[in-house]
Design a protein around this ligand. Structure first.
Ligand code: BDR
Ligand code: CA
Length: 308
C-alpha cells in the first residue's frame, strides 16, 4: 500500500511525539505544524523540533495558533508536565521552526498535492483556521484523521481534552463535510503503554529509544497516579496516523458526530449518534471503534527501532 501523504498538526505532548515517530516511519510526512494545547505553543513547537532532530527528518516545522478560537488557552501540565514533554533529557534542537504560519503552510501544501490527509492530534484550531482561510481546501484534501472526542470524557465527564480545548474549532471541522476519521477515547483507552510494552522500547538501542522509554515512563506514571486503576497511559495520538497507514489494524463504523459548544456540563462533548432510527442525520465520520493493540504497538516499536 502506498504511504499516505500527511501533514501532522500536533501539540507534543508525549503521545504526539510517538505520533511523529510513527508518521516518519509509515507515511510520507510533508510537514509538522504545531498548536498550543498540552503546553504553550512555544513548548510544543520546541518539542516538535527536538523530535525532528532525533528522527533525522528534514520535514518542515511550522508554528500555528497559540490559543483557541474563543476559549481561554488551557494546558495539560498534570499529564505532560510544564514543558509538554517532561521526563526525558531532551537534546536542544539544532534549528527552530521553518515558519510561524502553520495555516498558510497547510493550505499551500494541500493545494500543491491534492491527496493530503490532515492529521490533527491536538486542539483543532489550526485546521479550523485553514478551512476558514481557504474554502477551496475541501477540493484538495483527502480528509482529516484526528485524535479527539469519544463517548466519554477525560478533561470533563463528557469532553476529551483536544475537543474541550477548542470546541468552536472542532465544531467547524465536524461540520465541514470533509471525510473524517475519528480516533477517540473509546479506542485509545484500549492502546495502553503497559509496563511490558514499555520494556520492549527500553530494550532497544539508540538515543531515540532511550528518550522514548523515558517519555513513556513519565506519561504512564502520570496516568497511573491520576486514575483509580489503569495499566498505563493510553497512547492516543499515533492511532490517528495508523488509522491511515495501517488501516487493517482497525475497525470503523460510520456515524454522525456533532460537537457541543454550549452546554454547561457538555461543552466540548462529541455527540455520537448511535441511534438506529431511519430518520437520523447522515453519517459524517468514520468512527474508529477497535484496534489490534499488540500489532499497533509492534509498529511503534519498529518505527523507533528503524530510526537513527
Ligand atoms: C489528547 O490530549 C492530549 O493530552 C494528548 O496528547 C491527546 O492528544 C487525549 O485526550
Ligand atoms: Ca496531542
Amino acid at each position: 500500500m502506498p504511504r499516505p501523504r500527511i501533514v501532522l498538526d500536533c501539540d507534543p505532548g508525549h503521545d504526539d511525539a510517538v505520533a511523529i515517530v510513527v508518521a516518519a516511519h509509515t507515511t510520507e510526512l510533508l510537514g509538522i505544524t504545531t498548536v498550543g494545547g498540552n503546553a504553550s505553543l512555544e513548548h510544543t513547537t520546541y518539542n516538535a523540533c527536538v523530535l525532528r532532530d532525533l528522527l533525522g527528518l528534514d520535514a518542515e516545522v511550522h508554528a500555528g495558533a497559540a490559543r483557541p478560537l474563543v476559549a481561554a488557552p488551557q494546558h495539560a501540565a498534570a499529564v505532560h508536565g510544564e514543558s509538554g514533554l517532561d521526563g526525558a533529557d531532551l537534546p536542544e534542537p539544532s534549528r527552530g521552526p521553518d515558519g510561524a504560519d502553520a495555516v498558510g503552510f497547510i493550505v499551500e501544501t494541500c493545494r500543491r498535492h491534492d491527496d493530503v490527509w490532515l492529521v490533527p492530534t491536538g486542539p483543532l484550531t489550526n485546521i479550523a483556521l485553514a478551512l476558514r482561510a481557504a474554502p477551496d481546501l475541501a477540493d484538495h484534501v483527502a480528509g482529516i484523521s484526528l485524535m479527539g472526542g469519544g463517548t466519554f470524557g477525560n478533561r470533563t465527564p463528557t469532553a476529551e481534552f483536544n475537543i474541550w480545548a477548542d470546541p468552536e474549532a472542532a465544531a467547524m471541522v465536524f461540520d465541514s463535510g470533509l471525510p473524517l476519521v475519528m480516533s477517540g477515547l473509546d479506542v485509545t483507552h484500549t492502546f495502553l503503554a503497559t509496563p511490558d510494552r514499555i520494556d520492549t522500547v527500553t530494550a532497544l538501542e539508540g538515543r531515540l529509544a532511550g528518550v522514548l522509554a523515558d517519555l513513556f515512563r513519565f506519561f504512564s506514571g502520570t496516568y497511573v497516579a491520576r486514575h483509580d486503576r489503569i495499566d498505563g497511559a493510553p497512547v492516543h495520538d499515533p492511532l490517528a496516523v495508523l488509522a491511515l497507514s495501517r488501516p487493517e489494524l482497525f475497525e470503523r463504523v460510520r456515524r454522525h458526530v456533532a460537537v457541543e459548544t454550549r452546554g454547561e456540563l457538555t461543552r466540548g462533548m462529541t455527540v455520537v449518534d448511535q441511534r438506529t432510527l431511519v430518520d437520523r442525520p447522515a453519517p459524517n465520520c468514520d468512527l474508529v471503534v477497535a484496534v489490534d493493540a499488540d500489532a499497533a504497538w509492534q509498529v511503534v516499536v519498529d518505527a523507533i527501532a528503524a530510526s537513527p
